[in-house]
Ligand binder design. Structure first.
Ligand code: ADP
Ligand code: MG
Length: 324
């Protein structure tokens, strides 16, 4: 199978929303009048972002999910994406699984594959997504204000817990590992919540490198600080509620590490004025996405962790940084 057969077979489908899809030098999109285009790219590198031998279907899902998560963080509605793919060899079974996982998630969000590039090389997947948002309504990192509430969606820390187990640093019961691994390999982008938070949240981003590190971006962009109640964040790891984890044999330190600085969560962290509490609850309900209030924005710069006794906790959790 050659390059063009491969593209035709696995990555070409009838065009729906786009003006022109796969097959020409450029794809063509017609943005809705009055909307702004939201554009973001994320690359997944084998051995860096995922283990060699990761299930192809899940990898296809994740490659798009991490990109949709960026649209979610801006409150944008997904429109289309391009796929730049380097493959070591043509492996029909792998391509079948990968494209099935990728296109199933794309369909679930009405997000169309409109082009890309395919080359031979070490396995590397780079997706660029295009979304749209009403002009001036995108959720930004720079809008947090002192006094705002601080929230996070869904669960935190399970992806990191799975990674720790897969790397042999901790041992998990089989059911717990399966649950955690699902979060690592097939994250859920919070696309509906992001759109529901337009006009409600004052700032937002998606948690990809770990809550504390990513929240730092909001704090710097907004010129504020924050406090986080770790009694709330530690409860957000789904694995500890799993029946097979009975006895709570997780070490607290590991749970703090995973929830506060785990990485690969793809949840939304966002802020909203106290007056918007009911609106935040309504957005969570409308998008069927759980949301937890974990702290507040303060005028004093920096991040303060609060323990179960209301006392300051030392900040010793480092989020992920490719070059640190
Ligand atoms: P060009 O030479 O103009 O860069 P290519 O020959 O690389 O174009 O690609 C042919 C067509 O296939 C283009 O429309 C391109 O966008 C599309 N394409 C290439 N790789 C992929 C892919 N992995 N998924 C979807 N479309 C692709
Ligand atoms: Mg090309």
């Amino acid at each position: 199978m050659g390059e063009f057969d491969l593209i035709a077979r696995y990555f070409t489908r009838p065009v729906r929303r786009a003006v022109l899809g796969v097959g020409d030098d450029c794809a063509l999109l017609a943005p809705t009048p009055g909307m702004q285009l939201a554009v973001s790219s994320d690359m997944l590198v084998e051995g860096r972002h995922f283990f060699a031998g990761t299930d192809a279907r899940r990898l296809g899902h994740k490659a798009l999910a991490v990109n949709l998560s960026d649209l979610a963080a801006c409150g944008a509605r997904p429109l289309a994406f391009t796929l730049a793919l380097a493959l070591p060899a043509v492996d029909a079974a792998w391509l079948q699984g990968f494209s099935a996982g990728l296109l199933a998630l794309a369909d679930a969000h009405g997000c169309e594959l409109i082009g890309g590039d395919t080359t031979q090389g070490p396995l590397n997947i780079c997706i660029t997504v295009f979304g749209e948002v009403p002009a001036g309504q995108a959720l930004l990192r720079s809008g947090a204000r002192a006094g705002d509430d601080l929230y996070v969606s869904g669960t935190l820390g399970d992806a990191r817990l799975a990674l720790e187990a897969l790397q042999g640093h901790t041992t998990l019961a089989p059911g717990v590992l399966a649950t955690a691994r699902q979060r690592l390999e097939a994250p859920t982008p919070r696309v509906a919540l992001g759109q529901a938070l337009r006009g409600v949240a004052s700032s937002a981003l998606d948690v990809s490198d770990g809550l504390l590190g990513d929240l730092g971006h909001i704090l710097r962009a907004s010129g504020v600080g924050a406090c986080i109640h770790t009694t709330e964040t530690i409860k957000l790891i789904a694995a500890s509620a799993h029946p097979e984890s009975a006895g709570g044999h997780f070490d607290t330190e590991l749970l703090h590490q995973c929830t506060l600085a785990g990485g690969d969560d793809y949840e939304l962290a966002f802020t909203a004025p106290v007056a918007q509490r009911a609106a935040v609850a309504a957005a969570a309900q409308a998008s069927a996405t759980p949301v937890t209030r974990i702290g507040c924005i303060e005028a004093a710069p920096g991040l303060r962790l609060i323990d179960a006794h209301g006392q300051p906790m030392p900040q010793r959790y480092a989020s992920f940084d490719h070059f640190a």
